[in-house]
Design a protein around this ligand. Structure first.
Ligand SMILES: Nc1ncnc2c1ncn2[C@@H]1O[C@H](COP(=O)(O)OP(=O)(O)O)[C@@H](O)[C@H]1O
Ligand SMILES: [Mg+2]
Length: 295
């Protein structure tokens, strides 16, 4: 384990020394490590992708540099929701064909969107060279981002588990439906301890409903798993969400005064201000260490 940590440091150092060109390109020396947050849910269709995109825009409006990694291999990918077509994915980066800075698509409000593609699945059995290559590329991403949001898709299959395991901050999206709540409980039960789990309740009809759902699941996790959840906020049921999906335009930009947008803004605010202390932030270098070296 120690050897691997040492290797990683060596790798980072040698990479920094040998790649002045890329460093200059980012010209972001001394920048803080990016905060990496996975967004997941127990079941699909609860609003993860819409949440992630619009949260990214809200953070960007607060002057944060945001990268979203689309690790959802399901149908409603970020590029579909936004009507953007990625030419390359992480799979091309893994194969060493392109640099990670060249595959990002510029999304609304300047958010950087990276498509996972089959690169996410491939993570499991990479060669050492490919791992090194991916780490170098991830470090570049760290340099250009304040926030890295990972839309992981629903459930806990192997392809996304490593991402979820590696980040110690995660947002779980749930809706007030009973199945969504029990599925989310199963996700929380299955992930290892030591994580800051934040809940966002989507599609609520009232704040009371949001609080009721939060309290229900939080008392269950406290009682049976000894895990205290953090309430990051509620997003109301709002017809502008469906409309914006149809139009492939994020509601935070096109309907900034909608009730759904207000919910997202509040979540962004909570994430920046009321959230767990900065020491517990899941930083990108910690993330890389855990992802590749299980440290
Ligand atoms: N707050 C909301 N109000 C109304 N409809 C919503 C809301 N959030 C999500 N939806 C609906 O749910 C659908 C699925 O959302 P999506 O973000 O693709 O879910 P996931 O990524 O979890 O599969 C959207 O296309 C939209 O129609
Ligand atoms: Mg999705």
């Amino acid at each position: 384990m120690k050897d691997q940590a040492y290797n990683l440091r060596q790798l980072i150092n040698s990479f920094k020394e040998n790649n002045e060109k890329l460093t200059i390109r980012n010209s972001n020396k001394g920048k803080e490590d990016a905060r990496v947050i996975t967004v997941t849910s127990g079941k699909g269709g609860v609003g993860k992708t819409n949440f992630t995109i619009n949260l990214g825009i809200a953070l960007s409006n607060l002057n944060k540099k945001v990268t979203i990694i689309d690790a959802d291999l399901g149908l409603s990918n970020i590029d579909v929701v936004l009507g953007l077509i990625p030419k390359y994915t992480l799979a091309n980066v893994v194969r060493g064909e392109v640099n990670i800075l060249d595959i990002g698509i510029k999304g609304p409000s300047g958010i950087n969107i990276i498509s996972g593609g089959s690169g996410i699945v491939d993570l499991i059995d990479l060669s050492q060279d490919q791992i090194n290559n991916l780490i170098k590329n991830f470090l570049l991403l760290n340099d250009i981002s304040d926030y890295i949001l990972i839309d992981t898709g629903a459930g806990l299959n192997n392809s996304v588990l490593s991402f979820i395991e590696a980040a110690n901050e995660m947002i779980i999206i749930i809706t007030p439906e009973p199945t969504s709540i029990t599925d989310a409980y199963a996700v929380i039960k299955n992930i290892s301890n030591n994580k800051r789990i934040k809940l966002v309740i989507n599609r609520v009809e009232s704040s009371k409903e949001g609080y009721d759902v939060f309290n229900k699941i939080n008392s269950a996790t406290k009682k049976f798993l000894n895990i205290e959840l953090e309430n990051l906020g509620f997003i109301f049921e709002d017809s502008t969400v469906k409309k914006s999906v149809k139009e492939q335009k994020p509601f935070l930009i096109y309907y900034p005064n909608s009730i759904a947008s207000k919910g997202i803004d509040l979540v962004a605010y909570n994430l920046l201000n009321n959230s767990s202390h900065i020491e517990s932030y899941s930083t990108f270098k910690k993330f890389i260490n855990k992802l590749f070296f299980k440290l």
